[in-house]
Design a protein around this ligand. Sequence first.
Ligand SMILES: Cc1cc2nc3c(=O)[nH]c(=O)nc-3n(C[C@H](O)[C@H](O)[C@H](O)COP(=O)(O)OP(=O)(O)OC[C@H]3O[C@@H](n4cnc5c(N)ncnc54)[C@H](O)[C@@H]3O)c2cc1C
Length: 228
Amino acid sequence: MADTSFDVIVVGSGPGGYVAAIRAAQLGLKTAVIEREHLGGICLNWGCIPTKALLRSAEVYHLMHRAKDFGLSVEKADYDLAAVVARSRGVAKQLSGGVAHLLKKNKVTVVMGAGKLAGKGKVEVKTDKGTETLSAKNIIIATGARARELPGLEADGDLVWTYKHALNPPRMPKKLLVIGSGAIGIEFASFFNTLGSDTTSRNWTAPRARLPRTSRRGARPRPRSSTR
Ligand SMILES: Cc1cc2nc3c(=O)[nH]c(=O)nc-3n(C[C@H](O)[C@H](O)[C@H](O)COP(=O)(O)OP(=O)(O)OC[C@H]3O[C@@H](n4cnc5c(N)ncnc54)[C@H](O)[C@@H]3O)c2cc1C
């Protein structure tokens, strides 16, 4: 890479990172963003956007079953899971491309690779061409969050899924337990339930040893709601 010295380096290109990078560049700072996976981060690629695309398919499927109510007729409402997922992945890809365009338009240098702090003002980036060291007066860490693994229920992509597996499911599960009944859990429960999985949603409270302020009584998974 020609330029290795910047005013600002942002590690991570999710909504936190790419917006900060664009603003820094607009303020006249020489800016680079480092991303190890997809521009746009989890939100655009594996979160907010692809889940909404899946939910839209589920909503249309649901409406197809109620066609009569609207004075319409549908001979046989059915779905093709691979096509539903492909549409969702396509929408995510399109928006990730939009972020690439915005970064370029604002003259932000994009370095695809895994960044690691390597001393004051230095970031080491492992790219597919090797490792290089960049320097900056300011470094913004916007590396987001990871899916939490539950002890004894580690994700294997087969029986136990993370949100990434759920966004790209190999098959429609006959029965599904969604652990976590916040907005994200309920969205997944709603999608799979609408397409015919026998879905149960449970909240999870971590054991006391892991989160010191929770009470012992709250240490077991507690049923909150069932979506079916
Ligand atoms: C299934 C799901 C649905 C969601 N739905 C919504 C929603 O509807 N509305 C909403 O507001 N929020 C939603 N969220 C939450 C939203 O995705 C996050 O709040 C948001 O993505 C956080 O943005 P961020 O920039 O902090 O991090 P992220 O989007 O996680 O981006 C961090 C980026 O940093 C990169 N990175 C990490 N480490 C390194 C490294 N060492 N070097 C280089 N790059 C690195 C990652 O690859 C990633 O691209 C959802 C999340 C999930 C999982």
